[in-house]
Design a protein around this ligand. Sequence first.
Ligand SMILES: Cc1cc2nc3c(=O)[nH]c(=O)nc-3n(C[C@H](O)[C@H](O)[C@H](O)COP(=O)(O)OP(=O)(O)OC[C@H]3O[C@@H](n4cnc5c(N)ncnc54)[C@H](O)[C@@H]3O)c2cc1C
Length: 308
Amino acid sequence: MAAWVVFLLCAASLSLALTQTFFQVPLQPEQMHRNDSDYHQFKWPIRKVAVIGAGVSGLIAYRELVDAGLEVRIFERDEVPGGVWHYSDETQGQPPIPNVDPQVADFVPSLPPPNAPLPHVVYHSDRDDKTGMTSAERWREHRAPHGVWASLTSNVPAPLMKFNRHDWPPGSPWNIPHLSLQRYLRSVYSFYGINANDRSPHISYNTRVELVEKRHDSFGNEHGWKLTVKKLERLGPSSCKETWWTEDFDAVVVATGTFNGPNIPNIPGLIEWHRRYPESILHSREYRRPEMFANHSVLIVGAGLLKE
Ligand SMILES: Cc1cc2nc3c(=O)[nH]c(=O)nc-3n(C[C@H](O)[C@H](O)[C@H](O)COP(=O)(O)OP(=O)(O)OC[C@H]3O[C@@H](n4cnc5c(N)ncnc54)[C@H](O)[C@@H]3O)c2cc1C
């Protein structure tokens, strides 16, 4: 009988500079900041802010910063908002064994050639691509499908898992199916005019932030950040276009999520097992439906929430 070893999703991501959970719990007076010293003081005026990621955190950051009168621009590598909650049958593909450093497990940044004039544009056609990578593979690597499976429902009751001023319709179940969550999130993005079909200048979809660098003024003092971004546009089923450019900002919110880089612990013997039965080890990020395990015995490694 064939056997499977399934590794559960471990969080490993870039730091979340500013985030807020899905829950909208009002701060109690005793929890609120009272002194100026409780706040970070920026060394330069903050007017223009980049938000990296259009999931739940990116949306909250956008709303709060716009309400505070700032100019905000979001960069999202996927073609739609929602982050984790953008379900697709497509998966990223099995992560490497042995494990790679979680910091580089999500993607290796792709930069334009040094000193290339920007914007730098490269066209790819499957027919004559020398790297052997198809446009579909380029797109999958760029957007990086998330680790949500077909039958997933939320583990937080609907009345708590919502944005302020955006209630669930009466009669909604407490365990929300992931597709309903996806629709809910898209509706809130639409409410703020930054959904994919809004063509808003405040958000750039299909655009991955590849590099964040400090900027300096003419006296050499730190003065904000320069982002190098890459947009991937699909021109047809077998061709695509990559465009790199840079944009300057006074501040950056990193809202890239916490469930991006898979982690398969380097358990003794695992490499040898993988060499012998390469198809029998799966990371939970790749899991979509139980049918693939029918009539197989399965060993689940990891006892976090995702084992359910
Ligand atoms: C399987 C699973 C089940 C979960 N169930 C629940 C639940 O029931 N209840 C709950 O409250 N939470 C749940 N969570 C947690 C979930 O992660 C949060 O609810 C929330 O969706 C996280 O939002 P986020 O915006 O922080 O991150 P994400 O949703 O991960 O969004 C990050 C966004 O950043 C983008 N991004 C990343 N890097 C770049 C880059 N370099 N450039 C541009 N864009 C980038 C990504 O494409 C993504 O859209 C679950 C998570 C998983 C994986």
